[in-house]
Ligand binder design. Sequence first.
Ligand code: PEP
Ligand code: MN
Length: 341
Amino acid sequence: MDIIVLKKSSTQDEIDNIQKRLETKGLSVNISKGTERTIIGVIGDTSKIPEEEVDSVRAMSGVDEVMRIVKPYKLASRDFKKENTVIDVEGLKIGGNKIHIIAGPCAIEGRDILLTIAQKVKESGASFVRGGAFKPRTSPYTFQGMGEEGLQILLEAKKLTGMPIVTELMDPRDLTLMLKYTDIIQIGTRNMQNFRLLLEVGMVDKPVLLKRGLSATIKEWLMAAEYIMSRGNHKVILCERGVRTFETITRNTLDLSAVPVLKQLTHLPIIVDPSHAVGRWDLVKPMSLAAVAAGADGLLIEVHTKPEEACSDGEQSLKPDVFDDLVKSLRLVATAVGREI
Ligand code: PEP
Ligand code: MN
C-alpha cells in the first residue's frame, strides 16, 4: 500500500492508529494535511506487504481509499525483469524478432486429416502444429476430443513436419500424459483462473501458453501468469483470444490494445488468437494483420481442410489456401514493423 486517502471526517486518533499500525510493519509515514483531505504517503518497501494487510488497512476507521503503486504481480512484471523473455522451444524462439504461427484444427479428429493439415500449414510457413485432444466444450453432449489417441496423432504430425506441438491441458490428472507429447501446454480461456491447474503447470519445465479468460482483466490475467511463475516455471506465453462483450456479430471482441499494454507491463511474450476472437473465418485475416502491426510475437490460427465437416469451430477455420494467402500478407506487415515470419 502506498497512498492512503482519509475520509473528510477522519480524526487525529484515527490518523495516529493508522500510523502505529504501519510502524509495526516497519514502514514510516508522510502525513499531508490538505484543506479538504488528509493523505498518508507510506514510506519504505511496500512490495512485500501482502494483500490481506492492505485490506485490513482499508477496513480501518477513517480510511477512504488505499492506492497501491507497487503492482500485485511481481515475477511477471517489467519492473522485475526489464528485457523481453525469449522462450526457446526446440530452437524456435518465441518473443524474439521472429513471429511464430501456431496452426492446425480446433480438435484432432483423425490421423489422415491432421497429417494433411499439418503438412499444408508447414508448407505455408507455420512453425507449430496445434489441435485439441481434450476439448473444453460448452455442451457435454458434443465431441470431447480423442484423448491420448489424439496426442499420438499429433506426435506423428510433429515427426512428419518437424513442427513442435501446442495442445490444451484441462485437468491436472492428465499432466503426466501430456508431458510425454506436447512441447507447449495450452491453458484455455475457461481455465485461466483454475488456480490448482496453474500451480501444477508451474511445477513442470515446459512452456505454458496462457489464454486470457473470457472476461478477465489484464491484471487478473497477469496474476494467473504469476501463479504459474510463483512455482518456478517462468516460461509463460500470454495469448489474447478476445473477451466477452455486448457485441454479438463477432464471437468475442479482440482486445488488440492488450498487446501494447502488455508490452509495457510485462516481459513475457504475447501472441494473438484471432480465430477464437472473431469466430468467423472471413475476419481472421484482417485481425491477424492488425495483431502483427500491434506488436504480437505470434499468432494462433485454426485451419481445417474441410471446415464444413469439422467437429468443432469449423466456422472460424481457414482452408489451407486461405491460410497460405494470409501468411504471404503477414510477411509484408512483419517486414514493415521490422520483424520476420
Ligand atoms: C482452442 O484453442 O481450441 C480453445 C478452446 O480456445 P479458447 O480456450 O481460447 O476458447
Ligand atoms: Mn477452437
